[in-house]
Design a protein around this ligand. Structure first.
Ligand SMILES: [Zn+2]
Length: 207
């Protein structure tokens, strides 16, 4: 008999990361948000393509380069069609490409909240004494793990840190200050609930 509840939490950020850039209209650095629209320019046999961003304060446009002076013949026809049609999936995928954004701005405002999709992988045959959570993330989130757990499990952050100090909460792979960092794809968390009076409520919230 297993007394372990195993769940997978898939985190889906609700907002794309926003680069801070100098806004020529505001005269200051401002966060820019993706419009999820593309701009395409054909010049002879060369193509330029951009993802259009707007200053959150004044609406000023920033064109984020995607293709620069690219020979038109070398562009994948599917990509070209997606750019021409403002394909929302491509726009979302690119807007969440935080690595590319980091090359263009030193300051990125990462997405805040995330929707959590919970799937139970293994159900305990009696009240759960142990909870194991696996994390799946297609794109990074900026939400700290302790805040996420507090919101989703209904526990205070203080209690979570106490449980960690007592060895009842273990994050793997191991590392410093795990609770204060955003969870990453593949992280796992084990929670010893055997001493917790409200373990049924915690287990119910986890799945
Ligand atoms: Zn502005």
């Amino acid at each position: 008999m297993s007394d372990t509840l195993r769940v997978l939490w898939t985190l889906v950020p609700q907002r794309a990361p926003q680069p801070w850039l100098h806004c020529s209209h505001c005269g200051d650095p401002k966060p820019f948000e993706s419009s999820h629209k593309f701009r395409l320019n054909a010049n002879g046999k060369r193509l330029d393509a951009w993802l259009i961003y707007h200053c959150r304060a004044c609406g000023q446009t920033w064109n984020r380069p995607l293709l620069e002076r690219r020979p038109a013949a070398s562009v994948d026809p599917q990509l070209l069609a997606a750019l021409q049609q403002n394909d929302p999936h491509l726009a979302r995928h690119l807007a969440f490409d935080i690595e590319d954004l980091r090359r263009r701005s030193a300051r990125i405002e990462a997405c805040g909240g995330a929707k959590v999709k919970k799937v139970a992988l293994g159900l305990p045959t009696r009240p759960a004494a142990r909870l194991e959570i696996g994390f799946a993330l297609a794109v990074p989130v900026s939400l700290r793990l302790d805040r996420l757990l507090a919101a989703e499990l209904g526990l205070s952050r203080k209690r979570l840190h106490c449980m960690q100090d007592e060895g009842k909460l273990v994050v793997s792979p191991a590392g410093a200050r795990r609770l204060k960092k955003p969870p990453r794809d593949g992280w796992r968390l084990a929670l010893d609930l055997s001493q917790e009076d409200d373990r049924d409520a915690i287990a119910a919230a986890a799945r």
